[in-house]
Ligand binder design. Structure first.
Ligand SMILES: [Zn+2]
Ligand SMILES: [Zn+2]
Length: 172
């Protein structure tokens, strides 16, 4: 690629292009976003789907979202999970929310974490009636499993949760 003027430092050594504004940007000024950085979002907005940004676009579109995303991911690890065979423990918990669903997960832990992410993002601390299933997928000679799951998000007082010692939790 021909070198052009960087939109940030104005030096004529830009070899990259900002995915958002399409301006030329040099290696020193470019901000990079790893592929899959926002993969837990139910839908990744177009502005967050690029690999390379100029500083301006990164500050405008990405940095706050990235901080928020990282925070939610931390919360997701602390979501309390009750599976659908734990109806006894959860029988008094509120079930008025619609179930959350995730598909195409790598394994069971991934299902818990992705469900937890959606629940945390919506402001809940617990998932109940969590059901996890998988199907075998064959592509060529390669066999793998695709996991999916659902669970009802709810809020339960921490004190009430901590009383139980037999909680299954997705955190490692
Ligand atoms: Zn530059
Ligand atoms: Zn830009």
């Amino acid at each position: 690629m021909e070198k052009s003027v960087c939109c940030t430092c104005l030096k004529p050594k830009a070899t990259l292009e900002c995915g958002a504004c399409k301006e030329s940007v040099c290696k020193n000024c470019a901000q990079f976003l790893e592929e899959g950085s926002f993969s837990f979002l139910a839908k990744v907005p177009e502005q967050l789907s690029h690999g390379t940004y100029c500083s301006n676009c990164f500050d405008t579109h990405v940095s706050a979202e990235l901080a928020d995303y990282t925070h939610t991911l931390e919360l997701a690890k602390d979501i309390h999970i009750f599976e659908n065979d734990q109806g006894k423990e959860t029988r008094f918990f509120n079930r008025k929310e619609k179930p959350l669903k995730v598909e195409n997960c790598a394994d069971r832990e991934d299902v818990f974490l992705r469900l937890g992410f959606l629940a945390a993002k919506a402001g809940f601390n617990t998932l109940i009636d969590v059901a996890v299933t998988y199907e075998k997928v064959v592509s060529g000679t390669y066999k793998t499993h695709k996991w999916k799951g659902s669970g009802v998000p709810t809020n339960v007082a921490e004190a009430r949760l901590n009383r139980k010692s037999n909680l299954k939790s997705p955190s490692r």
